[in-house]
Design a protein around this ligand. Structure first.
Ligand code: GLY
Length: 353
């Protein structure tokens, strides 16, 4: 059985969740003359199945191979694929499928946003992180020497097919890291997610319900605020410190692991500000620990603060955090007291000096 989450906007679309959801490519792209299925080498079999599904439906589909992981998100790879699109003769009536993790769906979305000033993209995320976050909401982009995702476009997909059969090959550590974005949605909006994860911290028992609930939280935010000037920022709960940890660790930490530490930090900060009770702060730490995600980080506090100040979410020189004013009630805390920041850091790092 598939679950369906509508996403509102100028061009509304659906996120389809469940085993075999990928087969809906034939429905979403019915009547499309040509489709380029962009994927990395490890997903050649799944991409082959997507091409076959489309060809059986009368669509001229071709696989386009890009490098695996972040290596796909470069201007050089984008230029090579634009050349390939030219050879395939893709026009504005045609479409792109992004089949892979967050890096491939970010690239595929960017290629679709830019080719002939915008063609349709259907995202087929293959990681949990991609299903609940990267593939939904239309943020697309590539990296440059100046930083990650600095070149990109808001280009909502024509559909997202979160085929849970594709999660079978995902390593446990990747699945756990994806769950960090799911539990984040629990803290900011949907307490049932917290209950489900407390009952089964592996997230394996209720995977489809967890994905559906997390996607509903994201869909509500991006449906109201595609361009990230308002409520969409709440999706960055845990991300201000999380992004800084990723940068300081030279992206050697998984995104979700860094976010998990950032969630504990943000909860401690809210505790300092009198917005969360000690029990609510502890609930963050206990649940993330049960899920096998990191809740402590011993690093260079001065360096982390420096990086947080240049985080792209910092407006001007101010330091902004998403915090909870009670569970399920996110708000922005701007330039918190240094004493609160230091105390939250001490709680995360174990450094009371
Ligand atoms: N990953 C957060 C967002 O899409 O806004």
């Amino acid at each position: 059985m598939t679950r369906r989450v509508p996403v509102a906007g100028e061009r509304p679309y659906e996120v389809v969740i469940g085993p075999g959801a990928q087969a809906e490519l034939a429905l979403v792209l019915a009547g499309t003359p040509k489709v380029a299925v962009v994927h990395a080498p490890p997903l050649a079999a799944a991409a082959g199945a997507a091409v076959e599904t489309l060809q059986t439906a009368g669509v001229a589909a071709e696989a386009v191979v890009v490098p695996d992981g972040e290596a796909a998100k470069t201007a050089q790879v984008a230029a090579e694929v634009w050349d390939e699109f030219g050879r395939l003769g893709l026009t504005r009536s045609d479409a792109v499928v992004g089949l892979g993790g967050g890096a491939v769906t970010d690239l595929a979305g960017f290629l679709a946003a830019t080719w002939t000033r915008g063609i349709r993209v259907v995202q087929v995320p293959t990681s949990l992180l991609g299903m609940v976050d990267a593939a939904v909401g239309g943020k697309t982009g590539i990296n440059t020497a100046a930083g990650k995702n600095l070149v990109g476009a808001f280009h909502p997909p024509a559909g997202v097919l979160a085929d849970t059969d594709l999660l079978a090959g995902l390593p446990d550590a990747e699945f756990r890291a994806g769950l960090a974005e799911v539990v984040k949605c629990g803290f900011i909006a949907d307490g049932r997610i917290l209950e489900l994860l407390a009952a089964d911290p592996t997230g394996r028992r209720d995977t489809e319900e967890l994905i559906e609930r997390a996607v509903r939280v994201k869909a509500a935010a991006v449906g109201e605020d595609l361009l990230d000037t308002g409520v969409r920022e709440f999706l960055n709960y845990g991300h201000t410190l999380g992004h800084a940890v990723e940068r300081v660790e030279d992206f050697g930490w998984r995104h979700g692991e860094a976010v998990a530490v950032g969630l504990v930090f943000a909860a401690e900060l809210a505790g300092q500000a009198g917005l969360l009770t000690r029990a609510e702060v502890d609930r963050h730490r206990e649940l993330l620990t049960a899920m096998g995600l990191p809740t402590t980080y011993a690093g260079d506090w001065a360096r982390l603060q420096e990086v947080m100040r240049v985080d792209k979410k910092a407006r001007g020189a101010s330091l902004r955090f998403v915090v909870l004013d009670g569970l399920g009630n996110p708000r922005i805390l701007t330039d918190p007291d240094q004493a609160w920041l230091d105390a939250a850091w001490a709680a995360v790092s174990g450094d009371d000096s």
